[in-house]
Design a protein around this ligand. Sequence first.
Ligand SMILES: Cc1cc2nc3c(=O)[nH]c(=O)nc-3n(C[C@H](O)[C@H](O)[C@H](O)COP(=O)(O)OP(=O)(O)OC[C@H]3O[C@@H](n4cnc5c(N)ncnc54)[C@H](O)[C@@H]3O)c2cc1C
Length: 467
Amino acid sequence: MGGVVEVEQSVTAAGVPDRHRVAVVGGGASGVLTALQLLSSTGDSSLAVTVHEATGVLGRGIAYGTSDPRHLLNVRARHMSAYADVPSDLLDWAVRAGRDPDPLGFLPRMEFAAYLQDTLAGVADHRLTISAGRVDDIVPVPGGFEVRTRDRSTSAATVVLAHGNQRPQPLTELAGLPGHLADPWDLAAIRALPGDATVVIVGTGLTAIDTAITLLEDEPRRRAVMVSRHGLLPHAHIEQQSTAWVSHVPEGPLTADGIAAFVRGQVEAARSQGVDWRNVVDGLRPQTQSIWRRLDLEQRRRFLAAHARDWEVRRHRMAPEVADRIRGYLRDGRLTLAAGGVGGVDEVGGLAELVLPDLRDRVLADAVVNCTGPLTDISRSGEPLLQALQARGLIVPDPLRLGLDSTPAGEVLGADGTVVPGLYAVGPPRKGTLWESTAIPEIRTQAAEVARAVLARKLAPELAANV
Ligand SMILES: Cc1cc2nc3c(=O)[nH]c(=O)nc-3n(C[C@H](O)[C@H](O)[C@H](O)COP(=O)(O)OP(=O)(O)OC[C@H]3O[C@@H](n4cnc5c(N)ncnc54)[C@H](O)[C@@H]3O)c2cc1C
């Protein structure tokens, strides 16, 4: 299923005046949804959109590039449409592809990549170019930017950064240890481990859950220990209740502790009426960005330190089938959950020996997988593009180091604190500004808003005079 958009080039955009050119850097979900919005919002044949994708294959990125069909979406199918105003779009696609999808169910994530590819293919025409290659620099030039890869340089009046999630921050204490797997999304390395391997998974979030499934599901003799400081697993989705719960967040100044107390109060109130806490969390989702923006920097810091973990494990939940698998591994003793983090590591006879304060015995592991979550502090990123953009003052980390600094509308802020004209961002890099900025329901809205801004800019007379 899924007509793969894997072309090196569709139609070249040569000859089109620069001001019509838009470069989208990154062809994961954020880049594809942005291209989709640009192409479907206007029939203007002078528009030229180039999506630069390091792997050359669109729609996958980290989340949907998984090769394990048991890695499911963590959002119900009816909320994963590419278009906010056509909620049935993914379900309609699945039916066309011969499936019988449950609107309240959770599709395999790899199918979502096929959906994005097919949906983009449905609007793609001569205006779309797919450029395979990693962009390693973007240079401001009169009227726009030069977008550089190792062997090519193209110009664009507008650039949308959609480079997505980064690999986890390296765990320096594990560097050099035997069996250290720094990239949790390299499933081939996990599959290649011995059939009786003992593996320590550092992290207990959704990526750790994926790793446990790929590791344990087909190899009954393998064992895993999942460890994090708090030892909390994501909660599970349950059968959806029809009772929506709308919380009216109080007017006036907000504090992190105040909003946490408010949510607890709402959960209590919902419970007293027989409504599950999940409905409270889901009901708050449309307001989360505005709540975040009402917290000042100090209060956002307080939220991160005191409440973010509790929120994240409730907000980003496992599909019920996934939760069943994990419960099964725990019950069978093949998976152990430990809090307290990693106390120490050593190398013993070619294996990694770990001290986990929560467990009585040391763990002798064939492999240790870093599932601590995507690195968000761009100042610590080894990505050539992010380093180059910071060196040029075109991007800076946001004050909380959750991504890059931007306006709520997605305009990128440079080192001098002002908007860099023509430079936008979509997706996870906007987390510092919006908090809720990593899942499809938010990304598709951002993609539509940025596409509107880009198209309005294309028509702006001052830009036309510029080129
Ligand atoms: C494991 C996992 C599971 C998730 N599951 C869900 C889910 O079920 N539902 C949901 O709504 N959200 C989910 N998310 C959230 C996820 O962040 C978004 O849904 C979405 O996939 C983000 O897409 P993206 O394109 O911004 O980032 P990414 O998926 O990281 O894709 C970025 C793309 O840009 C390319 N790229 C990066 N830098 C460059 C460069 N310099 N030059 C060229 N190309 C470049 C990369 O190769 C990659 O293809 C999940 C996230 C993860 C990590």
